[in-house]
Design a protein around this ligand. Structure first.
Ligand code: CA
Length: 258
């Protein structure tokens, strides 16, 4: 292109003015360079996605940006998180954690018995039934599989009762028990909250997690929960002096909510 430009210039400019041609050529080259630089800078950048979630180029989870522009994806936790709806009618819970009964003696023989079952109930799928006959205590535990509760201020569940629990209360415990010591891990962390007002009809309880507290009188190594992002266990406990000695608690839709 430059040679063509010089050839055309020589047709109109006498030979003795070759320096004029050289100057015009130089100016022409500089102008072309500036135009190319400007075009490159104003050209819109293209973002392409390769997709591994089955939805083509949708910019959603599963897409990866493979050139030029990085688009950060902010993953927000959902508005609620189900711990257990019991709808498989057996363990595990919705966090794939085991569930079961605990009493002072293994197998829950008298005088402290708690039997858990997962019967079907109309319009609820299955539920958890905790039938207790106790002098001291009995408990129903659900493993949380290192659940992070920090995005959720509320523990929510549906509950009804029969027998002594009506008009009394039960205890909810959140635990981080850990162990495997030799200066490795320890934990022994727990916080509790009492819930009353159970009636014969299904009602929703919405418990502010900030109302959980370390049980008074407990000594080291036990301590309050130090890390709410790595929780191990949620326990519903009946005690003879708080819950009465014979009754049943029915639970459904145990979840965390914002
Ligand atoms: Ca259910």
């Amino acid at each position: 292109m430059i040679h063509y430009f010089q050839k055309q210039m020589r047709r109109v400019v006498p030979n003795e003015h070759n320096h004029v041609i050289r100057q015009f050529s130089l100016l022409f080259i500089i102008s072309l360079t500036l135009v190319f630089v400007d075009v490159a800078q104003t050209q819109p950048k293209e973002t392409r996605f390769s997709d591994d979630d089955g939805a083509a180029n949708d910019g959603q989870l599963g897409d990866t940006v493979d050139n030029l522009v990085y688009l950060p994806t902010i993953l927000k936790p959902p508005e609620f998180l189900v711990i257990a709806d019991f709808d498989t009618c057996k363990p595990p819970n919705n966090l794939v954690g085991d569930m079961g009964a605990a009493c002072p003696d293994p197998g829950c023989p008298p005088p402290d018995q708690l039997f858990e079952s997962y019967p079907a109930e109309p319009e609820r799928g299955c539920i958890a039934c905790l039938e207790y006959h106790i002098k001291n205590w009995g408990a129903f535990w659900m493993k949380l599989n290192h659940l992070d509760m920090t995005p959720y201020p509320y523990l929510v569940f549906d509950v009804r009762g029969t027998g002594d629990i009506i008009g009394k209360q039960f205890k909810i415990e959140i635990k981080r028990n850990c162990h495997s010591t030799l200066d490795g891990t320890e934990c022994y962390e727990l916080e509790i909250n009492y819930v009353g007002g159970v009636t014969a009809n299904w009602e929703q309880k919405r418990i502010d997690l900030s109302e959980f507290a370390f049980p008074p009188g407990w000594q080291l190594p036990y301590k309050s929960i130090q890390d709410w992002s790595d929780l191990e266990e949620l326990v519903f406990t009946v005690e003879g002096n708080q819950s009465g000695e014979d009754g049943s608690i029915y639970l459904d839709n145990v979840r965390l909510e914002k």
